[in-house]
Design a protein around this ligand. Structure first.
Ligand SMILES: *Cc1c(COP(=O)(O)O)cnc(C)c1O
Length: 222
């Protein structure tokens, strides 16, 4: 068997119980996804709507597709009803749109709130204060067909493992702070953090879902 299936098997063996694996397959051909699927992988992460749609047509129906990229509002309609989870909700406007589209389609969409704690300016997401404000004001009570399952975030892109660790700690703490504000939130359990280079630290800091691309599929050809 090849490198992809070997890596999937060793990751499944190595990840602690309660930590899920999103195989981030963006920019990789469907053959690579099939090899991962053959090794038992079922959750795949994609960052572009068109690519996800094309791959979904070619992969078995029990794949759970997680959308992890910045979602433009004009593409949301195509994802609702198809994606098992939209991990990258980065604005209230997008959240409300997903909710409206989900009602129209008669489905409930699982989402994560993307929080921005990294030093980079360019990353999308709510700031920790915006997110706390959203829950303090109980804005989620307006949602009818969207389940907020938790939060997603990224650490600063750096070699400084102390900084990486403190970013992950901030993200995991934020979930607990939100639960302190809204103890009645149900199923707000997911902390999606950790990528190829930093997922072991993320797990130590409380990740429940790691998103691993390069370590499984190799480098991407953009
Ligand atoms: C591409 C991507 C990943 C995977 O990154 P790797 O370093 O290849 O493991 C994880 N999360 C998000 C949001 C991504 O865009």
């Amino acid at each position: 068997m090849g490198h992809i299936s070997d890596t999937i098997r060793s990751l499944h063996a190595r990840l602690p119980e309660g930590v899920g694996l999103v195989a981030v397959s963006k920019f990789h051909p469907v053959e690579a996804l099939r090899e991962a699927y053959g090794a038992g992988q079922r959750i795949f992460g994609e960052s572009r709507v068109q690519e996800l749609l094309e791959k979904a047509q070619q992969m078995p129906g029990d794949v759970r597709w997680h959308f992890i990229g910045h979602l433009q509002t004009n593409k949301a309609r195509q994802l609702v009803g198809l994606a098992a989870m939209i991990e990258s909700v980065d604005s209230e406007r997008l959240l409300e749109l997903i909710d409206r589209l989900s009602q129209e389609r008669g489905v409930v969409t699982n989402v994560l709130m993307q929080v921005h704690v990294a030093a980079e300016e360019t990353k999308f997401g709510f700031s920790p204060d915006e997110l706390l404000g959203y829950f303090r004001n109980r804005r989620f009570e307006n949602l009818r067909a969207t389940h907020i399952c938790g939060i997603m975030g990224m650490a600063t892109n750096t070699d400084d493992t102390d900084r990486i660790r403190s970013d992950f700690r901030t993200i995991a703490q934020l979930r607990r702070q939100i639960l302190d504000i809204c103890p009645d939130l149900r199923g707000f359990d997911t902390v999606s953090m950790g990528m190829s280079d930093d997922f072991p630290i993320a797990i130590e800091e409380g990740s429940t879902l790691v998103r691993v691309g390069t370590a499984i599929f190799g480098h991407r050809q953009y």
